[in-house]
Design a binder for this molecule. Structure first.
Ligand code: SF4
Length: 310
């Protein structure tokens, strides 16, 4: 069996930064360090940080007063920031700077009097955080049908922003529908979909053209991972999302000569290796990696943490 790996795949700069923040907090402040929500959407990452002394909570009232507390990469609402101040928590904010940029854009549009539309997945933690950072009513739309249902007249001053982890093509269709209904609408086009998500989607489209089947490694609650599987399936090849090698089903690989593998932005490379090892139990493998875009992006740590030398 041939295995072809997409490039780039797996961890993005925002995920590396978020995990670094928890690990450095544990080193510099000692355990326990509290983390609100899964730091990134991957069970293996969470379990490995738990083993080092991180305690994961969903709400801040589970955190003792004065404790070191990390906000996850998805960002939080203002109300959460205020609650942390009231409880005198020592906060390290692992919100990805690219998510923070969307917060700022939304606040600026709202301050200028625009009705803000957020293209995103209602209920996703990033979307909840964005809504809670904008001090004005924001409407979430996910698809073209929901654009048609918007109640605002065509002459309403409108602006849109987007969740960072969407499909570029789906988002373009929603933006087009918004522009047709509201010709004066302003927004960032698809530039808010982050570089890592765009690069992984582009690499996957190239990969899909030269394989019989695609495996997307990552968690079911990772939005960008789920989007990758959908994109692969849209190209016409069978595509499966697996969290790890143990989830492979031998039946998928009948008459399959070449398997393509990619991984969501919150998936450690060790899980890709685990999937390759499981494939190796089915057949002898030849493995190659497609040439792809090199990512050099790095984000600064919050003040108060001292970076390790890499
Ligand atoms: Fe940040 Fe993009 Fe990574 Fe999300 S996928 S954490 S927006 S770099």
């Amino acid at each position: 069996m041939n295995v072809i790996l997409a490039q780039p795949r797996g961890f993005c700069a925002g995920v590396v930064r978020a995990i670094d923040i928890v690990e450095l907090a544990l080193e510099q402040y000692g355990a326990p360090v509290y983390v609100r929500h899964e730091i990134v959407h991957n069970h293996h990452v969470v379990e490995s940080l738990k083993a080092k002394g991180a305690i994961f909570v969903e709400e801040l009232d589970e955190v003792p007063v004065d404790a070191v507390t990390v906000f996850s990469a998805h960002g939080v609402a203002r109300v959460v920031e205020n609650a942390a101040r009231q409880r005198q928590l020592r906060v390290l904010d692992a919100t990805c700077p690219l998510v923070g940029k969307v917060h700022n854009q939304g606040r600026q549009y709202a301050a200028k009097g625009y009705q803000v539309i957020l293209i995103g997945e209602a209920g996703h933690p990033e979307v909840i955080g964005i809504l809670g950072q904008i001090p004005a009513p924001v409407v979430v739309v996910r698809n073209v049908d929901q654009v048609e249902d918007l109640p605002f007249p065509a002459n309403t001053p409108m602006a849109y922003i987007t969740q960072t982890t969407l499909s570029v093509d789906d988002t373009k269709a929603v933006v087009l529908a918004l522009q047709q209904r509201y010709p004066g609408i302003v927004g960032p086009d698809t530039r808010d979909i982050c570089y890592a998500v765009q690069n992984r989607q582009t690499a996957l489209r190239i990969l899909s053209q030269c394989v019989d089947l695609v495996l997307v490694v990552g968690a079911a609650n990772s939005a960008n991972t789920v989007t990758l599987r959908t994109i692969a399936a849209e190209t016409g090849v069978p595509a499966y999302r697996v969290a790890e090698g143990a989830e492979l089903d031998r039946q998928w690989f009948q008459n399959v000569e070449t398997v393509g593998i990619t991984a969501g932005a919150s998936t450690p490379e060790a899980l890709v290796d685990d999937v390759i090892a499981a494939l190796g139990n089915l057949a002898p493998l030849t493995i190659k990696t497609l040439p792809g875009r090199e990512e050099q992006v790095q984000f600064n740590l919050p003040t108060g943490l001292i970076a390790r030398s890499r």
